[in-house]
Structures are given as C-alpha cells and as structure tokens.
Design a protein around this ligand. Sequence first.
Ligand code: ATP
Length: 349
Amino acid sequence: MSYLTVQNAIKRFGSFVALNDVSIAVDKGEFFTLLGPSGCGKTTLLRSIAGFNDLTTGTITLDGADLRAVPPHRRDIGMVFQDYAIFPHLSVFDNVAFGLKPRKVPAAQIKTRVMQALRAVRLESMAERLPAAMSGGQQQRIGLARAMVINPRLLLMDEPLSNLDAKLRIELREEIRDIQKQVNIATIYVTHDQEEALAISDRICVMSAGRIEQIGTPQEIYGDPQTQFVAGFVGTLNTLERGPATEALLVRLGLSSNPGLTWAVRPENIGLAGSSMQGAALPGKVNKFTYLGREAHLQVATPAGDLVVHVANPSRSEILAPGSTTTVVVPKESLMTFDADGRRTAAGG
Ligand code: ATP
C-alpha cells in the first residue's frame, strides 16, 4: 500500500463541487506535485490532507492509518505557504523553534533540532537575525526549516515560490528539491507553473475543474499527454483547424481523417523547410518572429491554421522577418490525436 492515499475524494462547498472523485497514492520519499489552473482544486486537496477541510466523502490514509479522526495538529504534517507566515519580531532561530513549542520537546533537543533544520536550508549562520532584514528567498527557507523541524511524516507546500522573482524561484526550487531528497520526506507540492512542476517533481498530478486529468512522471506528462487539456496546459499545443487543408495534409501522411478527431502538434516537433525534418509541407506566412538565442519562436499562418513553430539553434535561413513566406514541415510522428471528449487516441492509419 502506498504511504499516503486519497481515495474517491469529493468536496462540496454548497452546491459547488471543488473535488470530484479524486484518488492519489504517494510513496514514501516521493515528490508529488499537484498542477493545474487557478480554481481546479489543488489547495482544497492539500487542505483536506492537512485536516483543515473535511471531505464530503472519501478517505485519506497515512502510513496505513485513517486520517479522518486525527485533528490537524496531531497529523505530524509540515506545511509551507505562499506568504512565508514568518513572525517578524522573532529571530530566525525562534521562528523555527516555534513549531516545536506545542510538542513539549526538551530545551536541549530544541537547540539541536533547530540548528539541524537551519543547516539543511543553509541559514545556520543567520540564526540570531530578525527575518525583516532578510530576502524573500531567505524568509521562505525559514518557512521550510520550520516545517521540517517537527520531523513531519509528510510535507505539504502550497505555491511556496510564487512571491519570489523569476531567478530566485529557479534557484530555490532546486534547493527545495535537493533538501527533499536529502531528508526523504514524502512531499506534496502545489503549483500552477508547469515548468516548475516538470523541474521539481518525481510525479505530477494534473488537475482541471476538480478532477484528475493525468498522473505521471514529468516525461510522461510532457511527452505522452493523455488528454488535450494536459497537452495544452503543460507545454504549447497547435491544434490543426478542421477543413480541406488539414485533410489533404493527413492524406499525404497516409492518415485517414476522421471528422470526430482533433489533430495537434507541439511547436518543437514541426520545422521549417530546409531543416532535417521529414514530413508533409504546408505553405505559410510568418506573422511573428521571436529570436531567443538558442531558439527562435515563429507564428506562421498556414491553410491548416496559425501554427507556432520552435526552431532550436536557428540557422541563417530560419531567421525570418514577419511577412516572409516559408514552408512548415509536419512529420507524421509529430501528430497527436484526441477524441471528442479530449482524450488521446491512437492516430488513424
Ligand atoms: P489557486 O491556484 O487559485 O489557489 P486552486 O486550484 O488551489 O486555485 P482551490 O483553492 O482548491 O483552487 O479552489 C477550488 C474551487 O473551490 C474554487 O472555485 C474556489 O472558489 C472554491 N472554494 C475553495 N474554498 C471554498 C470555500 N471555503 N467556500 C466556497 N468555495 C470554495
């Protein structure tokens, strides 16, 4: 049995269904991320695990034991929030020690455990400082140390990096991942940032409108999305317009066009004529060109609709001014197909 399980969780707020039959199973030491747009139910699920919400129906177990009867403060769960929830008038040491007070830990042990937690987040030299004079990243590391000092059975993090600037977010997400692997605590992490989720997680659970769309490793979620929602939310997806141009393209690729299916491609899996890609060609006109050094992003109007094309290490012939004509090459293996319900299906041959 998995370490943490949530089974058939339903949470209603009045007539609104925030969680609609959600089941997850998280292993010991696993970094498990809930990813989805605002309002999809991520925080509601996290708060239910912490015990701040009661599920309408469903069960939650931790290490084999039913959690429903255990009040939040007895669940031994560490939490890190978006706003750091740091006390400005307490030193870094006292902020971290705060979590141990209600647990009646002997004074001598408090010192050892707090310093151990501060060492893990690389703040041991700042134990006596007041947090007000510290950066957002440092304040969030205090939050992390305070969550870990109780030796929690589970760590829950709700968008812990969203108040930080882009550079710090990237630095701290790598630190969080390293610390989590060192201490090996099962962690559930909430974010709406797909890149962050891909970078930090062992597995990702993509949610939409209170339901789970897909659970998988970052590679499975990005490379083998099972629904049109997942493919569009994690990465960019070009959907081919229905009509004669798409039908002709499919015929040239030896595929049968079924009117019930949606055909789509990722920008990096199509290319411009002259590249090494092999496939069917679509004439196009460049609407937008963005040069990013290692990559160029183009928006090309084609008879099958506007397509975003990402070109890695663009060659001189691939640097195109808006208004230029070009040819987009669509390889057969780049196509993804979805049925009328948005579920991935095998491409018709
Ligand atoms: P965000 O990224 O914006 O925090 P989220 O995915 O975490 O979004 P939740 O906070 O779980 O979303 O909210 C899911 C839905 O449930 C939202 O539509 C929200 O308005 C609703 N909701 C959450 N808490 C309550 C509540 N106490 N009463 C009524 N509706 C609520």
